[in-house]
Design a protein around this ligand. Structure first.
Ligand SMILES: Cc1cc2nc3c(=O)[nH]c(=O)nc-3n(C[C@H](O)[C@H](O)[C@H](O)COP(=O)(O)O)c2cc1C
Length: 178
C-alpha cells in the first residue's frame, strides 16, 4: 500500500470516549480551527461558525443542560478537555454536508497532533430548547444557527477500539483484477 503522513493520520483516527487530564495546547487548537475553516463548503458559502470551548466548566454546564433536555441526568459528553461546536445558519442549503466536512477536518487535524476526538450528535433537535439555547447564546453561537455536530477533544485515557472496516469497495476498470 502506498502511504504518507496524511494517509497514516486518516487510518489511525478512532473515536475516543475517555479522556485524561492533560490540557490541549491552545496553539494546537488554533491550528485545528484553521483546518476547520479550510473544509470544503457547497458553493463556498462558509455559512458556519466554530466555537472552541476550552473551559471544562462551561463544557460541563452545556452537557448538563443537554442532559436535562434529553432526560439523561448524568450526561457528560465524555468530559473532554475541549469542545468544538460546529454551528450552521438554519436552513442553509447543504449545511449538514458542510458541517460533516468541517467535523472530519477537525477530527483528522486533532489526530495528527495525537489528540483524540469523538463526534457528539446530541444537540441535533434540542438546540432551541430554552435552557440549551441560553447556554449556546452564552457560548457565542448565533441565535439563527443550529448545531449538527460537536467534536469532543482530549488525550485518550485508554487505547481506542479499532473497529473492523467492512464496507464494500467496487472497482470497475482495467486494473480491477490487478
Ligand atoms: C454523524 C455522526 C454522529 C455520531 N454521533 C456520535 C455520538 O453522539 N456519540 C458517540 O460516542 N459517537 C458518535 N459518533 C462516532 C461513531 O460512533 C464512530 O465514528 C463509529 O462508531 C466508528 O468508529 P471510529 O470513529 O472509531 O472509526 C458519530 C459519528 C458520526 C459520523
Amino acid at each position: 500500500m502506498k502511504t504518507n503522513g496524511t494517509i497514516e493520520t486518516i487510518l489511525k483516527r478512532r473515536s475516543v470516549r475517555s479522556f485524561d487530564e492533560r490540557p490541549i495546547p491552545h496553539e494546537e487548537l488554533e491550528t485545528i480551527a484553521l483546518c476547520a475553516k479550510h473544509a470544503p463548503s457547497a458553493n463556498n458559502r462558509q455559512e458556519w461558525v466554530f466555537v472552541f470551548v476550552e473551559d471544562r466548566g462551561r463544557i460541563a454546564q452545556l452537557a448538563s443542560v443537554m442532559g436535562e433536555a434529553m432526560g439523561r441526568e448524568s450526561y457528560t459528553m465524555y468530559a473532554p478537555q475541549a469542545l468544538v461546536v460546529v454551528a450552521h445558519k438554519k436552513g442553509a442549503p447543504f449545511g449538514r454536508e458542510d458541517d460533516g466536512c468541517a467535523m472530519e477536518n477537525i477530527m483528522l487535524a486533532a489526530a495528527s497532533f495525537g489528540i483524540g476526538s469523538v463526534w457528539i450528535n446530541q444537540l441535533q433537535g434540542i438546540c432551541d430548547e430554552p435552557e440549551v439555547r441560553a447556554c449556546l447564546d452564552a457560548l457565542g453561537v448565533p441565535a439563527d444557527y443550529e448545531v449538527h455536530g460537536m467534536a469532543a477533544l482530549g488525550y485518550a485515557a485508554s487505547e481506542p477500539v479499532h473497529l473492523e472496516r467492512t464496507s464494500p469497495v467496487v472497482w470497475v476498470g482495467p486494473d480491477a483484477d490487478a
